[in-house]
Design a protein. Structure first.
Length: 513
């Protein structure tokens, strides 16, 4: 046993991943102890939070032992070696159940690892388990999981965002120091915003999609989630890599984001940085007053650090939401066609009539897919059908090009672009039962996915309802370092005004075990 007592371990798991890594490096705690402390926290509070779909304690502790041996022999392969991580259940893990939160994959155990999971294993970060999500990442609230909803640690009656709500909640509830999510239309950044955590959508193509169960292939982007900008950067450095198994993988993935953060934390100077406030996303109908107020207070801190803040217009953003909800379901319809009840996953035979490929497929999909997934498959199939392809899908792709051109023009005027991450704070379960009402909340995050640019959300304070607000930073493709530089400076300035990390204001969760 190390010098860490049970109470000391309970305090340590509430610290940053960087602090936990430092304790490991100093020999103050072992990875086994640290991993067990997180497993104990999961056992204590996840009955109420519901962040995890599957926890593999035996595997996590075995990986922790390997990390301890590597550190003892000076073979640590990453600063995060020995620091546990949670992984969204959309990402395949060899030998561990992966469901995409869908009945159609219930009990499926993949025979291979996603590339980013291989990177995590190479870094010797123990994988605590798989986190909940909206089924096949289709949703913004984690209410659309086939295996139960996830709650927001700030208020268990409210949503944690989605679709990476399980990963965000696990980090926010101190069940995991860092987690991996995926972002197709904001599914990392929006959950981070409403849980008071940090989430990054890297440049499309810099984190491999191989082994990430596809929803919309031209939009899906895996990325890191954590409680601080530095922790997010540390995980980013582990999972980002070129991958020949992913045809969209870029050969020059940005590296050393943690070094960028540390340099920014030391200098805290943004002199000369041009910050463009996206006029189309700066408040208006549907935005909470507290969200807009928090956003503008954060802008003042950027100006105080030397940044030049100006308004920038991206005129075609008014069409981005409509284009996204044609492109995304079209790609989802194509990708989900593989779930046919024939090769793997659920198989349901009809209760009457002939048993044919068509009847088995219909019965399997009817039983295996939830309502939101069915809704998007039907919409996507329709817009791809003969007679509608050019009018809908083709037109949406043209709008996507116009949005990309808007971003290209904006980079001539600004080094980064900013907006609120989400127009509202976490809403109560069932409050947005109208699908269109839920879709409209993606208005601030979708543009980055259409353009393929990197984005970050970090907490900028609390709204007038006492719930977290997110501040979104966008940068040009491959300029992920700008996110981390600006995010680090803003985070430091905000914490000086708060006197402590924002999450310290969250109510304490009662143990349910």
């Amino acid at each position: 046993m190390s010098a860490h007592s049970t109470n000391a371990l309970a305090d340590l798991i509430r610290s940053s991943a960087a602090a936990q890594a430092a304790a490991l490096a100093a020999g103050e705690v072992s990875s086994r102890e640290l991993t067990q402390a997180h497993l104990d926290r999961i056992a204590a509070v996840d009955g109420a939070v519901g962040a995890f779909l599957n926890v593999d304690a035996e595997c996590a502790l075995s990986q922790a032992d390997a990390a301890d041996a590597a550190r003892k022999e000076s073979r640590a392969t990453s600063e995060l070696t020995g620091v546990p991580v949670a992984v969204k259940d959309l990402i395949v893990t060899r030998g561990q159940v992966t469901t995409a939160a869908s009945r159609i994959l219930e009990g499926w155990v993949p025979p291979y690892d996603a590339t980013l999971v291989r990177n995590l294993r190479a870094a010797r970060t123990p994988i605590l388990g798989k986190t909940n999500l909206d089924e096949f990442a289709m949703g913004g609230s984690t209410e659309h999981s086939a295996f139960g909803r996830t709650a927001n640690p700030w208020d268990l009656g409210r949503i944690p965002g989605g679709s990476s709500g399980g990963s965000a909640a696990a980090v926010g509830a101190y069940e995991a120091p860092v987690a991996v999510g995926t972002d197709t239309g904001g599914s990392i950044r929006q959950p981070a915003a409403v849980t008071g955590t940090v989430g990054v959508k890297p440049t499309y193509g810099t984190v491999s999609r191989f082994g990430v169960i596809a929803m919309a292939s031209s939009l899906d982007t895996p990325g890191p989630m954590a409680r601080t900008v530095l922790d997010t950067a540390l995980l980013h450095d582990v999972i980002a890599s070129h991958d020949p198994l992913d045809s969209t993988s870029l050969p020059d993935a940005p590296r050393d984001m943690a070094a960028v953060v540390r340099a920014a934390q030391e200098g805290r100077d943004l002199t000369g940085l041009r910050v463009g406030v996206i006029s189309e996303l700066d408040g208006g109908e549907g935005y909470h007053d507290g969200v807009v107020a928090s956003f503008h207070a954060a802008l003042e801190l950027l100006e105080a650090a030397g940044a030049q803040v100006e308004t920038v217009s991206l005129p075609h953003l008014e069409y981005a939401l409509d284009a996204y909800y044609l492109i995304m379901p079209a790609e989802a319809s194509s990708n989900l066609a593989r779930y046919d009840g024939m090769r793997y996953g659920l198989r349901v035979e009809p209760t009457s009539g002939p048993v044919t490929a068509e009847t088995v497929m219909a019965a399997t999909r009817g039983a295996g897919f939830g309502d939101e997934v069915k809704r998007r498959i039907i919409l996507g199939t329709h817009v791809l059908s003969a007679g509608y392809y050019d009018a809908y899908y083709g037109s949406a792709q043209k709008v996507r090009t116009l949005v990309q051109r808007d971003f290209a023009a904006a980079w001539d005027k600004a080094d980064i672009l900013v907006s609120p991450t989400a127009p509202v704070t976490a809403y109560r379960f069932g409050e947005k039962d109208d699908p269109l009402a839920m879709y409209k909340l993606d208005v601030t995050t979708i543009p980055a996915n259409l353009a393929g640019v990197p984005g970050m959300s970090l907490p900028s304070g609390l709204s007038d309802d006492g719930l977290p607000v997110g501040f979104q930073i966008l940068a040009p493709q491959r300029a992920d370092d700008r996110l981390y530089r600006v995010g680090a400076v803003l985070e430091a300035a905000l914490e000086e005004t708060w006197g402590a990390p924002l999450l310290s204001r969250a109510p304490e969760l009662e143990e349910t075990r």
